[in-house]
Design a protein around this ligand. Structure first.
Ligand code: ZN
Length: 185
């Protein structure tokens, strides 16, 4: 533990931002030039937290999970999206999109991967990521359009049908019926 270790983790994460930033931005429809993202590493706390364009990582987490690239990608998605509305109507989607980006870029892990759980499609994180992957297969471009709307503050659940093809409750019901029906792609 200590400053040298935190510096090492910060340099590693900065390298990940350089390496994956463009791919993250493309998935969420953020156009270049990409804003500079600052990485800070603190001794303990949640694995990653993003405020504005600053990502704060936990030294303890990354000592125990040195290959958790996906956490950095998840936080980078938040940083680039800079969604102005993080509230009850958007948190599930913002967190689901960040995990979806992580998964699409291949950084899901044994402890975090998209999966179906009845009733959890709008619970955020990986059960929402599973809904988003399902939706994107049926409505290509839906993920980037939802991201764009969250980023510019224009996302409204009442308008979900314009992106998702049907109102959110109907999309969720179709997803649940499909996924509960048995193994599917
Ligand atoms: Zn998050």
């Amino acid at each position: 533990m200590g400053r040298r270790e935190r510096d090492r983790i910060r340099a590693w994460a900065e390298g990940l931002v350089d390496e994956h930033g463009e791919a993250v931005a493309r998935l969420i429809a953020v156009d270049p030039p990409l804003p500079a993202v600052a990485i800070e590493v603190v001794p303990d706390g949640p694995p990653g937290v993003t405020g504005g364009l600053t990502i704060t990582l936990s030294e303890r987490w990354f000592r125990e999970h040195p290959d958790d690239v996906g956490c950095v990608v998840h936080e980078l998605t938040h940083a680039y999206m800079r969604a102005p509305d993080y509230d009850a109507s958007t948190i599930w989607l913002i967190e689901g999109l960040a995990d979806h980006v992580r998964d699409v870029l291949g950084f899901d892990a044994s402890w975090t991967f998209a999966h179906f759980e009845p009733g959890k499609a709008t619970a955020g994180y990986q059960t929402t990521a599973d809904l988003l992957a399902w939706l994107e297969r049926r409505r290509p471009g839906a993920v980037s359009e939802l991201s764009r709307r969250l980023a510019d503050g224009s996302y409204r659940e009442a308008d979900f049908a314009r992106v998702g093809g049907a109102p959110l409750p109907e999309v969720v019901a179709a997803y649940e019926a499909d996924r509960a029906g048995g193994p599917t792609g």
